[in-house]
Design a protein around this ligand. Structure first.
Ligand SMILES: Cc1cc2nc3c(=O)[nH]c(=O)nc-3n(C[C@H](O)[C@H](O)[C@H](O)COP(=O)(O)OP(=O)(O)OC[C@H]3O[C@@H](n4cnc5c(N)ncnc54)[C@H](O)[C@@H]3O)c2cc1C
Length: 308
């Protein structure tokens, strides 16, 4: 039995657990791409104090990983070593005080958007079109159709991987395009966002527009991870990632059940269920094809976790 599993079996024996621990837990269902290996230890966490205690007690040699809804994750077939943490239902509360929304990090973006519509709060309509939860959105500076987390973020409460409580306030260098410069080794637990009044019918109109555009431009009911590659820096090229994919005919590559979507050439469609590594190989093939043909190196937007 692995050392980390031994540690948690001992921990479970000696502590009342608020949440759920499982061992050699399959993560395929925890990723929108529907493939991936196992977490050595998986902890569905329902309590800050217990999370702090576990992170304090767990020897630092064991790896820690936080995941959200897995809508931006490719988990390799060899799985994730150490402890994988996911926040449970107790982290889904949404409240409104003093022109600010306080949101548990596990609240789904769509649910936050619906709450905003109901309470006439504008500026967060973009969340209605993004799968995932608000912790993942803050970690990724998620956004679409002209809005992103950076525009509305006030602060976040979190716990670092060693169990220290931390507060992260907005600063000029906190967010970049699809990146949070303070997300490594921090588990966001509660998020505070700006709440600005807006007429409900205007909010609804904007959300309908976003969702109509998404239905036309994105695959539905298929295993995907959203945008595979980030758009390159405008100093390098003004072309978007999907345009570079098309220009190099990478959208025509079929790779054992993995290809780009006919609706959106930067969205992968995964039609096979036995290999996450194959998706990574497909990404590398496309990346090299674009580099060879155009001399442009694309960065992945999808996060790859775990061992091959
Ligand atoms: C169909 C589809 C459409 C999409 N459209 C968009 C879009 O329009 N715009 C866009 O920006 N993205 C889009 N995405 C990508 C994805 O939905 C976003 O990046 C989303 O914010 C990820 O949230 P998640 O909860 O699924 O995080 P995960 O995918 O589980 O994790 C993503 C990253 O966030 C970290 N993370 C998750 N939770 C926490 C936490 N509580 N604390 C600290 N770090 C955390 C993880 O460690 C990981 O590094 C799309 C994806 C799909 C499948």
């Amino acid at each position: 039995m692995s050392e980390v599993i031994n540690f948690f079996q001992y921990y479970e024996k000696h502590n009342k657990l608020d949440g759920c621990l499982s061992y050699n837990h399959s993560l395929a269902k925890s990723s929108w791409l529907g493939v991936g290996g196992q977490a050595e230890v998986f902890y569905l966490c329902e309590n800050n104090e217990q999370l702090i205690d576990i992170l304090n007690e767990l020897p630092s040699k064991f790896k820690r990983t936080i995941i959200g809804q897995g809508s931006n994750l490719l988990i390799r077939d060899g799985g994730i070593k150490g402890l994988v943490i996911k926040l449970g239902k107790k982290y889904q509360c949404i409240g409104l005080e003093d022109k600010a929304l306080t949101i548990g990090a596990a609240a789904l973006d769509k649910v936050v958007a619906r709450f905003c519509e109901k309470n006439s709060i504008g500026g967060l309509e973009f969340l209605s079109g993004i799968p995932g939860n608000i912790g993942g959105a803050v970690a990724m500076n998620a956004g679409c159709f002209g809005g992103e987390i950076n525009d509305v973020f006030i602060s976040a409460e979190g716990i670092d991987y060693l169990g220290n409580v931390c507060n992260i306030n907005k600063s000029v260098s906190l967010f970049e395009y699809r990146k949070n410069n303070n997300a490594d080794n921090i588990i966001f637990t509660k998020i505070k966002l700006n709440a600005i009044n807006k007429k409900q019918d205007l909010i609804k109109e904007k959300m309908d527009e976003i969702n109509d555009k998404r239905s036309l431009a994105q695959p539905k009911g298929i295993r995907t991870g959203g945008s595979t590659f980030k758009n390159p820096d405008s100093k390098i090229t003004l072309m978007k990632a999907w345009e570079l994919i098309q220009k190099t005919e990478s959208h025509k590559i079929l790779f054992d059940g993995v290809s780009f979507s006919a609706k959106h050439s930067n969205f992968i469609e995964n039609r096979q269920t036995n290999s996450a590594n194959r998706i990574e190989d497909f990404c590398n093939l496309v990346k090299n094809n674009i580099l060879d043909k155009l001399g442009i190196e694309l960065d992945l937007e999808i996060k790859i976790l775990g061992e091959r």
